[in-house]
Design a protein around this ligand. Structure first.
Ligand code: DAH
Length: 393
């Protein structure tokens, strides 16, 4: 979630990302890595019988057909907008929703920049303002979102979010003043989302945790006890009064709530899908298993063997781990299942630090040959030196 801890990114990392993307311009025509561009075109939530589409339709159905809370507004109908371009300007994505200037999500180490003012949206909250501004008072926004991240079974640079917003005017809810209105909105938010969680997960234990999002006040997270563990399923809150103003509304007259949830994480638990890369598989053994309207358990098909390769290099203080992960992805696409740092060593005399990473090459849909894995690893070693300017050990 976007509320992660802030880590400073140095100028050198920014330069690295610019140089890294610049090297792709020839091939892709844009400064976003080619494999990301390919994902931008997939729109998995529109693919019938795909778990992402099945789940998003189940959620939409809850909002579109159920009487969701005690507050009923004649004529109100939730609409779902899923056709926004995933490239958005930084004003909509960050400024309008009050993301601080120095927040980590603005850093090129975490977010893909198309150019200085345009990013590949890291959250669907980027569209809140324009929806509210066009007078929508009950809506969902569904879309693919992108973040630079580590490589493992639950993290992928592309995933899917659904945003929800409901706005009331004070008369509709008999609010006396701003504080009263906020309280009513918060209660309605909780009722809505508890209804959603039981609609999707069934009758399970839930709990609210305090959170901190720039665009809401108060901010909360909802957790459910599912598959024998607590799982955070969404972030939400009462829309910040300044966000209301930025969207052209008067917080002395109107109040609203908002939430955002990650569909991939929900789908992984509900369908018991063990690896996030599977959503992007084109293999019939995956795609053929699911049916619209039904949450069924994924039947794993035989896994292809893993192939482990280690790489060790010296790092400096401004080392950008996400940049290294990105390089690995670019180098061998989805052939990498996970990357794990297995050793960190600081030289007692020079105080220089080195890191050793174990890369697990394994494809979801086919066997990899030794030759191709060796070739990727060789290329990776070269690129760590030439593009990241790190010294191999
Ligand atoms: N945008 C947040 C994220 O990506 C999720 C979120 C939290 C959306 C709270 C909201 C909200 O609309 O009110 O982590």
């Amino acid at each position: 979630m976007i509320g992660s801890v802030f880590v400073n990114t140095s100028r050198r990392q920014v330069q690295f990302q610019k140089r890294f993307f610049a090297s792709k311009i020839g091939r892709a025509g844009k400064n976003i890595p080619p494999q990301i561009q390919e994902m931008m075109e997939r729109k998995l939530y529109n693919v019938t019988n795909h778990p992402i589409s099945i789940l998003s339709n189940i959620i939409r159905k809850y909002f579109e057909t159920e009487k969701i809370t005690d507050i009923e507004i004649p004529g109100e109908k939730f609409i779902c907008e899923s056709s926004f371009n995933s490239l958005v300007n930084t004003k909509k994505c960050f400024d309008d929703v009050l993301v601080p200037k120095d927040h980590v999500s603005r850093q090129p180490s975490d977010t893909y920049y198309f150019d200085d003012d345009t990013v590949l949206r890291p959250h669907t909250s980027a569209h809140q303002i324009e929806m509210i501004r066009s007078n929508h008072n009950a809506f969902l926004v569904l879309g693919d979102v992108y973040r630079r991240d580590t490589v493992d079974k639950t993290h992928y640079p592309a995933f899917h979010q659904m945003e929800g917003v409901r706005i009331f005017n004070y008369d509709q809810i008999n609010a006396k003043d701003y504080d009263h209105a906020k309280k009513i909105a918060e209660n309605d938010l909780k009722q809505t989302l508890l209804g959603l969680s039981s609609h999707v997960f069934g009758n399970i234990e839930t709990r609210w945790m305090p959170e901190n999002f720039p665009f809401t006040d108060p901010s909360l997270e909802l957790e459910v006890f599912y598959n024998e563990d607590w799982m955070e399923i969404l972030g939400c809150g009462v829309i910040h009064d300044q966000v209301m103003r930025n969207a052209g509304r008067d917080p002395e007259k109107e109040v609203g709530w908002a939430f955002g949830l990650g569909l991939d994480r929900w789908a992984m638990s509900l369908f018991q899908i063990p690896d996030i890369r599977l959503f992007w598989s084109k293999d019939e053994r995956f795609l053929g298993q699911f049916k619209e309207g039904e949450i069924t358990t994924f039947e794993p098909y035989s896994k292809f063997p893993a192939c482990f390769k280690d790489i060790t290099f010296w790092i400096g203080e401004d080392y950008d781990e996400n940049g290294f992960m990105e390089l690995i992805r670019d180098n061998s696409q989805d052939m990498v299942e996970s990357v794990e740092c297995i050793d960190t060593f600081t030289h007692p005399k020079t105080q220089k630090t080195s890191k050793c990473y174990r890369i697990n090459y394994r494809h979801m849909d086919r066997n990899l040959t030794n030759e191709e894995v060796d070739e990727w690893q060789f290329k990776l070693r070269e690129r760590v030196e030439s593009e990241l300017e790190l010294e191999l050990r």
